[in-house]
Design a binder for this molecule. Structure first.
Ligand SMILES: [Zn+2]
Length: 414
């Protein structure tokens, strides 16, 4: 992978083989996004010739990556055969390691969660967290031992060194900077492992299976113990030079001298107002227990003043950031999701949209959508990472080195 400092600028060209590998992935993606589809539909949606589409679809069908879905009802002539993604072609495990919980999911090829584990509790040291994470993965694999698992995706808070699969700097997740997460899980599970920042993973999850599915480009805001961002451009994540892009939580929104102190040491960061940590702190100062999400929802439904006041302040700062993101990226939509309970997220989004319109901070055409994957977005997104690595039509990835054909990959049993 590129991305080392001091490199000269270069571009990988495509030879015929690359073009074929790319077309396989493009067609698989079209079947995934639009299936059930006929071969003629695929040709129309990709601009490829019927001959190319027929050959590739037949190949994908033979390997079992796609399967029959009956025939199209036709007014005249032979009704066309329809194809869809084969949900059972492969599975993937995703794990989200957060400061207060570990969630893991086993996802089928269609993105449906087929099995899950959840462990709540504060993780004191990286060693303890890794031990618990590994035991979650083992539990999932034991329950699904007959399924073909493509790989393991790990989502962690904080900016990532994506290339080396480790945390760069995580203000609220101390001690993780030196842990080689990818190596650890690779050695202990013998699976291909991809590690990413949790907000980017959640954005990829929403892009494949949630609110981002119909969108080419969007910015995702993850509200959890911290606040993060994921950027999707033309269906692909934009990770930045090292993998540290989208650290929205540490953009300064409150410039006052006495602004809230953030875990990173700065004052006035978005995270100091919008995260679950900040809500828990506010509730704690008032002698209320805000550590359980059920309790938070209960307080919200009772119209608790502290929760409402927190939401209003958080919405005002969120609006500022959305206005900035719009100016920077001009995205199709902004998707807000994460671990914050759904009723509070809805309130936050509605309030933020209405503030934005009133003070003209956010353009009328900007759509602010709620994430559909809720609190499992990061775990599901993590599960997509190894699938994305293997089958997404990622031109750079295909041309950068040895990348097997999907047909070879499936014929050889991975
Ligand atoms: Zn900060």
């Amino acid at each position: 992978m590129k991305g080392t400092s001091g490199r000269t600028r270069s571009r990988n060209g495509a030879n015929l083989e690359h073009a074929h590998l790319l077309n396989q992935r493009v067609i698989l993606e079209i079947v995934r996004l639009h299936g059930p589809v006929s071969r003629v539909d695929v040709a129309r949606l990709t601009g490829l010739t019927n001959q190319t589409v027929f050959n590739i679809v037949d190949g994908l069908h033979q390997t079992g990556l796609i399967r029959d879905f009956g025939r199209k009802v036709a007014e005249r002539g032979q009704p066309a055969k329809l194809f869809e993604i084969n949900a059972d072609a492969a599975f993937s495990v995703g794990l989200h390691l957060e400061r207060d919980h570990i969630a893991s999911v086993l996802v089928d090829f269609k993105g449906v969660i087929r099995s899950r584990t959840y462990r709540a509790g504060h993780l004191t040291t990286p060693a303890e967290a890794l031990k618990q994470a590994l035991s979650s993965i083992r539990e999932l694999r034991q329950k699904n031992h007959h399924k073909r698992i493509l790989g393991l995706g790990i989502a962690l808070p904080g900016p990532m060194d994506f290339q080396h699969g480790k945390v760069v700097f995580s203000p609220n997740f101390p001690g993780w900077e030196q842990v080689k997460v990818q190596d650890y899980f690779n050695r202990s599970t013998k699976l291909p492992v991809v590690v990413d920042n949790d907000a980017t993973a959640a954005a990829i999850g929403e892009s494949w299976y949630g609110a981002g599915r119909p969108l080419d480009s969007f910015v995702y805001i993850y509200v959890g113990v911290g606040v993060g961002g994921g950027i999707i451009v033309n269906g692909r994540p934009y990770r930045g030079f090292r993998g540290g892009s989208g650290e929205l939580g540490h953009l300064v929104v409150d410039k006052r001298r006495n602004a809230q102190l953030c875990g990173c040491g700065k004052r006035g960061c978005l995270e100091a107002y919008l995260s679950l940590t900040s809500l828990t702190q506010r509730l704690g100062q008032a002698g209320l227990d805000g550590r359980s999400l059920t309790k938070i929802v209960e307080l919200f439904e009772q119209g608790n003043e502290i929760v409402l006041d927190w939401l209003k302040t958080a919405a005002a700062y969120l609006t500022e950031i959305i206005g900035d993101l719009q100016l920077l990226f001009d995205p199709e939509a902004i998707v807000v999701g994460g671990h914050l309970p759904s009723p509070l997220l809805s309130f936050l989004i509605e309030r933020s949209a209405s503030i934005g319109q009133k003070n003209r901070r956010v353009d009328r055409y900007v759509r602010i959508l709620q994430g559909m994957l809720q609190d499992e977005a990061a775990a599901l997104g993590a599960a997509v990472l190894p699938i994305d690595d293997l089958i997404a039509p990622n031109y750079e990835r295909i041309t950068e080195g040895q990348h097997p054909s999907l047909l070879e990959l499936w014929d050889s049993g991975n």
